[in-house]
Write a protein that binds this ligand. Structure first.
Ligand SMILES: Nc1ncnc2c1ncn2[C@@H]1O[C@H](COP(=O)(O)OP(=O)(O)OP(=O)(O)O)[C@@H](O)[C@H]1O
Ligand SMILES: [Mg+2]
Length: 290
């Protein structure tokens, strides 16, 4: 069944469809994302939880236009981010997205206050205006007493609270957080998550947070579980395998897919708007397979 993508775009800030990323390492291929589908609503706080190597950082890089997927689309307010050229990707990152990483992204020589002021000054905001906003953001994460401290004079949690302010300085519409509590003890991690949640609610910034820790994921409105580059429970998960077509046009259909679609020895090919539809000529064929 074809979905009404325009209708889905209307109700969502972000719509991800069939997102696929294949990394090439020499002659070897690593399939990091196998056709992910999900949506994020305006102002929503979404957590994506999955084990190491499941594709979390890869997914965030695609959402932040730091890298291009091999296939699939990411619609941001209905515009396909994956089609942006380098210059427009840079503008998208600068104007729409804020990033917080696992290892602090603060400038070591600058105080907390100056770290938060910096991106605003670079974006052309006046000195007065940027200092006012920086103080307000730091106050929101309860950092007013630490604004003159440099990163190495602050705790890990204080560093990350400041990093959240840096990411929100230029009022992004989307905040991407990659394992931001990975280096923190449980208690400090919870304080950082409470602050992130509060900033999401007060600024209405859409948040996508990825983590391997299910407890950290729970601060979100909604949690998606991923494994091996796929969202768990996604219906067409099994079709995520990438299949090669040889020089003669032959394609291998994995056994699991053949069994699901009851594909035996002969199929009918039909070209549709979405691609080639492969249907069994006779479903009994499959049963008669040796
Ligand atoms: N630049 C790259 N080149 C080749 N393979 C890569 C590259 N980046 C990631 N991968 C592979 O893609 C898969 C997903 O990696 P990714 O970094 O997205 O995982 P992750 O869920 O963020 O893991 P972690 O929790 O350890 O950070 C892994 O198998 C990884 O080895
Ligand atoms: Mg990662």
């Amino acid at each position: 069944m074809r979905e009404d993508i325009e209708e889905i775009v209307k109700g969502n800030k972000i719509v991800v469809r069939d997102l696929t990323k294949v990394y090439k390492r020499g002659r070897k291929e690593v399939i990091a994302l196998r056709g992910m589908d999900f949506e994020v609503k305006q102002g929503e706080f979404l957590s994506i939880v999955g084990p190491s190597g499941s594709g979390k950082s890869t997914l965030l890089k695609m959402l932040g236009a730091l890298d291009k997927p091999t296939a699939g689309m990411i619609l941001f307010d209905g515009h396909n981010v994956t089609l942006l050229d380098d210059h427009r990707s840079m503008l998208y990152r600068r104007q729409k997205v804020g990033f917080v990483w696992q290892y602090g992204n603060l400038v070591p020589e600058l105080s907390a206050l100056k770290n938060v002021i910096l991106p605003m000054r670079l974006a052309g905001v006046s000195k007065e205006e940027s200092e006012k906003r920086a103080r307000k953001l730091l106050e929101m994460v309860e950092m007013s007493h630490r604004i003159e401290h440099k990163p190495n004079q602050m705790s890990g949690g204080e560093n990350q609270r400041t990093a959240i302010c840096v990411a929100l300085a230029n009022k992004p519409e989307l905040l991407l957080a990659d394992e931001i509590t990975g280096e923190l003890d449980t208690e400090t991690a919870e304080v950082v998550m409470v602050m992130l949640r509060k900033m999401n609610e007060e600024t209405q910034t859409t948040v996508v947070n990825v983590t391997h820790n299910p407890r950290i994921a729970e601060y979100a409105d909604r949690v998606l579980h991923i494994r091996d580059g796929l969202i768990e429970g996604q219906k067409h998960a099994i079709y995520g395998d990438v299949t090669e077509i040889d020089a003669k046009g032959r394609m291998v259909i994995p056994e699991a897919v053949r069994s699901l679609a009851k594909i035996g020895k002969r199929v009918v090919l039909k070209v549709t708007d979405e691609g080639i539809l492969v249907t069994p000529l006779n479903e009994d064929d499959y049963e008669n397979e040796p």
